[in-house]
Structures are given as C-alpha cells and as structure tokens.
Ligand binder design. Structure first.
Ligand SMILES: Cc1ncc(COP(=O)(O)O)c(C=O)c1O
Length: 369
C-alpha cells in the first residue's frame, strides 16, 4: 500500500541581505540585521585561520572532535563524554527530536518560544502540546503547574532559558523544581520520565545554567551554541550536553563529521579564550541598557531582556507592521511575527553596535508606538 507523502512543517529562513537590499533599492552596506540575534562583530581569530589544520583539510575531522570537546568540557565544566558537538544548536535540536520522538509521540513546548522545537517535533510525526507562558505582567514566566501536567503525556519536553523571543529568564531553581515534579509524576504514573531538552542558546548573557541539574534529572539534555555570546553564528558550532547514557542515542542520529575542521578549530579557540565572549556579553549588556532607554524615550514599549535582543510591543499588529515597514525602507531589519502569532503586535530587535543602534533610534523617531 502506498501512502501519499504528508507535507511536513519546514522553517522559513529570513530573507537574505542581498534580497532586502534589492527589494528596498538600497546598497548592501545599508542593511543592518536586527532580526537574527547575532553579534555586530566576530571575535578576532585570524591566527587560527592563518595557521595549519590538524588533520589537514584533505582529511575528515576526527570522529571524537577531541580538541573541541576538551575546550568545551573545560568551558562548561562537564566531562568530555557528556558532550556532543553539532553544527550549531539547531542540529542538536533536530537530533534530540529524532532520538526521542516517533509517529504519535507527544512533545511539550512553552509558547511563545523558538519555532524550531515545534518544527523538528512535527517532522518526526509527534503532536505538540503548547502551554502558554504567563503574561507580560508575570515576565512571561513558565506556568509550572500547567507545564508539568502537560509533560505527563510527553516523550519530549522543550524548554528555552533565557527564552526567545521574550528575552525573559526562569531561574535554575524554578527549573529544578519543575524537573522534580516531572520526575515524581512519572514515578507515580509508573512510566519513563520524558527527555527534557533545555535550549541555553543565550545562557552566557545571564551567566547561569541548569547544567548541574543533569545529576538529579539524568534525562536532561542542555543545548549550547557559539552563535550568540561567542559571535560565531557563521561557524556553526553547538553542543548537546547530557549524561553519557542520555547522549548515546542522540549521537546515533548525527551525520558523520557534521562539524567541519575549520569550524571545530575556530570553536575550540573561542572556548579557550573566554575573555572574547565575556567582552562581547559586556558590550551587549551596555548597549541593551542604552537601546532600551532610548526606545522607551520614544514612547515605544520594550520588555526587560536578559539577552542580546529586545521584544517591543505596539498598540496593535497594524502598528507593529507599519513600524517594521518604515524601518525596512531604511535598511533596518526587525523580526516580525505572523498575524496568527501571539506577538503579532510586537517586533523583536537585536542589540547591535552603538552606531547601528543609533541608526535604529533615529529611524524610529516619529514612528507611532
Ligand atoms: C533559542 C535558540 N536556539 C537555537 C538557535 C539556533 O542557534 P544555532 O545558530 O547555534 O543553530 C537560535 C537562533 O536564533 C535560538 O534563538
């Protein structure tokens, strides 16, 4: 019996800088990406690029990525056998979904959150239970009770702290409490506790992590990336971090050598020079405070953020769309949300350099909030 292929959800990539320059009739250099939560400048790793690679680029990278893994083990304070290097956090998310979900499985997400959790889960044939986050008045916190209840049916639970796109942060103590409830519910119900994937893409901006909880909740998988605080989004290095027994089935789904030798070398160097990421985080925190203040000064309504992006609410979805279009015509690219999204009346703005943020503020002057 043949079955018609089911159409699977896919991720719509942001339009390219070249596309936007052509669309708005602007030179390429006039476009500034406030939409993808990257950093304004890469770290200076020219010495790594100028050196020779071991093994040379004619060979595959070593399957254990020993040097990258050693650097990450030291940086994250975990054992080497608790680390799986991946091509960015996104590959880790995909591998976790592959290892945890089957047709008919259930995955839980706290919405609004990063879209990939829903996409990679549905691609595996799982259904999604979306638990709404608390309101802005409660700093978009997790509804712990509702979330734990939903987790009782689930094989996989997705969490993101600090959360994209809210910029809000649930302290590790609260996550510890949630994991304890999930565990005790599973024991009481006589079933396996679900895998819990905690995406910590922005962890360095708050300087806190739930990694220590992996000993109490061995099915915890923490996802890290060098795309954000390390300012290496183009390099594509991330990690799944978990107890070895939890990591083993996830590793089985990775394509051989998905992280290239050049990326592994740049990633290892950045992890071994933590002062580079720390300086980027400090610069962004300073700029975030200025940008938040300047946006408020214009009458815009930015929410508090712990990350390198700021969520801003407008009076309506139409007002948010008009603001986005006015910024885009000047080459400044905000992140918008579709009309059926709970944040249809919001824009998300990446914190960039002082000069780029000033351009944004100048362009925003006079745009009604
Ligand atoms: C929460 C979150 N997770 C993962 C990613 C993707 O990270 P990477 O570039 O490491 O694939 C992003 C990128 O914006 C993100 O916001």
């Amino acid at each position: 019996m043949s079955r018609a292929p089911k159409s699977l959800p896919t991720y719509a990539w942001e339009p390219t800088t070249d596309f936007l320059a052509a669309k708005y009739g602007l030179p390429r250099e006039a476009i500034v990406r406030f939409d993808v939560n990257t950093s304004p400048l890469p770290p200076d790793l020219r010495d790594v690029l100028a050196g020779s690679f071991d093994p040379p680029l004619c060979e595959y990278p070593p399957s254990d990525y020993a040097s990258l893994v050693a650097a990450a083990a030291e940086a994250y304070d975990v054992a080497p056998d608790e680390l799986l290097p991946t091509a960015g956090a996104d590959e880790a998310l995909d591998l976790i979904a592959r290892a945890s979900l089957r047709e008919g499985s259930v995955a839980v997400v706290a919405t609004p959150t990063y879209a990939m959790y829903g996409i990679v889960s549905e691609q595996r044939g799982a259904s999604i239970v979306a638990v709404p986050r608390l309101s802005a008045d409660h700093a978009f916190g997790l509804d712990i009770e509702a979330f734990a209840e939903a987790a009782r049916e689930a094989q996989l639970v997705w969490l993101c702290e600090p959360n994209n796109p809210t910029g809000a942060f649930e302290p590790p103590e609260r996550i510890g409490h949630l994991l304890a409830v999930i565990e005790s519910d599973a024991t009481r119900d006589g079933r396996d506790a679900p895998t819990v994937a905690m995406d910590e893409a922005y962890a360095e901006f708050v300087g806190r992590t739930v990694l220590a909880l992996r000993f109490d909740y061995p099915r915890l998988v923490v996802v890290r990336t060098l795309s954000k605080a390390h300012a290496l989004a183009g390099v594509r290095v991330g990690f799944a971090v978990a107890r070895p027994a939890t990591l083993a089935p996830i590793l089985g789904y990775r394509a051989p050598a998905s992280v290239g030798t050049v990326s592994a070398a740049l990633g290892a160097a950045s992890l071994r020079r933590p002062e580079l990421a720390a300086a980027n985080v400090a610069r962004i925190a300073e700029q975030r405070a200025c940008l938040t203040k300047d946006l408020s000064g214009l009458g815009w309504r930015p929410f508090d953020s712990q990350t390198n992006f700021i969520l801003v609410r407008f009076s309506s979805a139409a007002a948010a769309n008009r603001a986005a279009e006015t910024l885009l015509r000047q080459g400044l690219v905000p992140r918008t949300f579709g009309s059926d999204h709970p944040f249809a009346d919001c824009l998300r703005l990446t914190v960039r350099s002082a000069e780029e943020n000033d351009r944004l503020i100048e362009a925003a002057r006079g745009i009604p909030a």
